[in-house]
Every structure is written in structure tokens, then in C-alpha cells.
Design a protein around this ligand. Structure first.
Ligand code: ADP
Length: 269
């Protein structure tokens, strides 16, 4: 039995590997104490840690555990998941959309952190709460799914009314700017939350594809728990990446890349 834990700003990702069989689990970071108690009760002493709260866990364990830099762990796990899922990519940018967003270039050998932005899952939760009062993540994402961005986000075609725009008309020209032209319209909570997904997805994608161009790769891989139960964010990111001429990839279990990778960094074959 081997255990890998990625303890981040919002969520703790736990991977257990028993006789080659993997199980994936998530806890909230405010449940850290329970996770530490659980670990101390386990007969398994092969524990690999990563993420911002890894040191905190390590300090409270009754036994030694290994700790790894989260970027290396995420890259290792992601590389494995990509290949297992049939994606043999020579190189790629990966965007880890967690509480915040971290961007990396993988050159076929190693990852290099090449950027980061504050727009990410934490912004979805925080701004989403300010607009809706919703604290529960699933309720927030389910509500956003029902929304319509039409009267909130200003598109290029709204500006180029009777003429051909020089860039695709469906691109967002200004997030939230259509509100000022529709002050008479009712916009629902769902509509507002849909636009939150829009701005986060578009900012993340813009940065990711700019980096992809800089590092001359066409592949952009998106991971992080912010895509959990969040089809709208996935769709915004996927459509926008394709529209800009790059290839988007999501991997099954991508949010567990760090936890999984830490196990393999701790137990090299
Ligand atoms: P971190 O390592 O920073 O915790 P994650 O990749 O785990 O980052 O992503 C955290 C984000 O995932 C949250 O900000 C939120 O948008 C989203 N999320 C997904 N599932 C949940 C959940 N059950 N509770 C809270 N946030 C969730």
C-alpha cells in the first residue's frame, strides 16, 4: 500500500495504491486534522506528500514521510495520466486551475513554471458567493450551468453591429460590459454565475495559449479541481482554446496529478 497526498489551498487530494489498484478521494483543507489522524492510524508507512500544507502534515505525523515540490509532483502524475489515456504529447503547456492558477511548460523531460494568475477556482467560489450568497460548491456550479451570458458579456459582434469584425464576432470583447446596455433586463443569479465561469475560463485560456505560442507548442492541458462538476468552465476553456487554434486536453483524474505523482517520485521504479 502507498499513499500520496496533495494538500492545497482548498482541497486535499488523496490517492491510495493497493496492489496496483488506485483509489482517489478528496477532503476539504479545513478537514486537515482528520486526515492527519487517519494517516497516523494507517498501517501503511509509505506516504508521499506535496502541496502547500504538506509540511504541516509532515510535522504532525508519528512517522517519517517524504515531501515533494508540488509542480514536479503534478507534472509527474499528469504525464503518467496522459500516456495511460492515450495522449503521447511531445511537449505541452499545462494549466493547473486550483484555488489559483499555475502555468507550466513541459518540454518532454521536465516541467518549468512559466506563469501564474489569481483567476481560478478560488475566484469562482469567492466572487460566486458575493454575487449569489451560495457557499456550497456543487450548488454554485449547478446554478451556473443554468445561466445565460447574453445580457452580461459584451461580444465583438455586439460592437461591430453592421459591419464585418476583424476578429471572430463570438469572442468576448469585454466581460460583464453588456450589463450597461441592458439595465432594463433582469439577469438571474444563474446568469451572473455563468459569466463568472466565463471570465475565469477566458483569462486562464488567454494566458495558457499565449504561453503555448511563446514555447511553440500546440498542446494545452488543463487540470485542477476547478473543473469538477463544472461543465461550463470546461466548455468555455475548450471552445476558446480551439477557437484560438490550439489543442485542449483534459485528463480523467487530472486533479489528482500531484498526489499521484508524489507516490511515483517517492517510489521510483
Ligand atoms: P488547491 O490545490 O489549491 O486546493 P484544487 O485543484 O483542489 O486546488 O482546486 C480547488 C478548487 O476546486 C476550488 O477553488 C473550487 O473552485 C473547486 N472545487 C471542486 N470541488 C470542490 C469542493 N467539493 N469544495 C470546494 N471547492 C471545490
Amino acid at each position: 500500500m502507498k499513499i500520496g497526498i496533495d494538500a492545497g489551498g482548498t482541497l486535499i487530494k488523496i490517492v491510495e495504491i493497493d496492489n496496483g489498484h488506485r483509489t482517489f478521494r478528496t477532503k476539504r483543507t479545513d478537514e486537515l486534522t482528520e486526515v492527519i489522524e487517519w494517516l497516523n492510524q494507517q498501517p501503511c508507512r509509505n506516504v508521499s506528500l506535496t502541496g502547500g500544507k504538506a509540511q504541516m502534515i509532515k510535522d504532525q505525523l508519528d512517522f517519517p514521510a517524504q515531501e515533494f515540490v508540488e509542480f514536479d509532483a503534478a507534472s509527474k502524475g499528469l504525464n503518467m495520466l496522459l500516456e495511460e489515456q492515450g495522449h503521447y504529447l511531445k511537449d505541452y503547456i499545462f494549466a493547473n486551475v486550483g484555488t489559483g492558477t499555475s502555468m507550466h511548460y513541459f518540454d518532454g523531460q521536465t516541467q518549468r513554471r512559466v506563469g501564474g494568475i489569481g483567476a481560478g477556482g478560488g475566484m469562482i467560489q469567492g466572487l460566486g458567493y458575493l454575487l449569489s450568497g451560495i457557499t456550497d460548491y456543487q450548488t454554485l456550479t449547478d446554478t451556473a450551468e443554468q445561466g445565460d451570458r447574453e445580457f452580461i458579456d459584451l461580444k465583438v459582434k455586439h460592437i461591430y453591429k453592421n459591419s464585418e469584425p476583424p476578429i471572430p464576432g463570438d469572442l468576448t470583447a469585454a466581460n460583464f460590459a453588456h450589463v450597461m446596455r441592458h439595465l432594463d433586463k433582469e439577469v438571474s443569479t444563474a446568469d451572473q454565475l455563468a459569466s463568472v465561469m466565463g471570465v475565469v475560463g477566458e483569462v486562464v485560456t488567454t494566458m495558457a495559449i499565449t504561453l503555448a505560442r511563446e514555447f511553440q507548442t500546440e498542446n494545452v492541458v488543463y487540470i485542477g479541481s476547478s473543473f469538477n462538476n463544472n461543465h461550463l468552465l470546461r466548455k468555455v476553456v475548450e471552445d476558446y482554446t480551439v477557437l484560438r487554434g490550439f489543442k485542449p486536453y483534459y485528463v480523467e483524474g487530472g486533479a489528482f496529478s500531484g498526489a499521484l505523482g508524489s507516490i511515483y517520485l517517492g517510489n521510483p521504479a
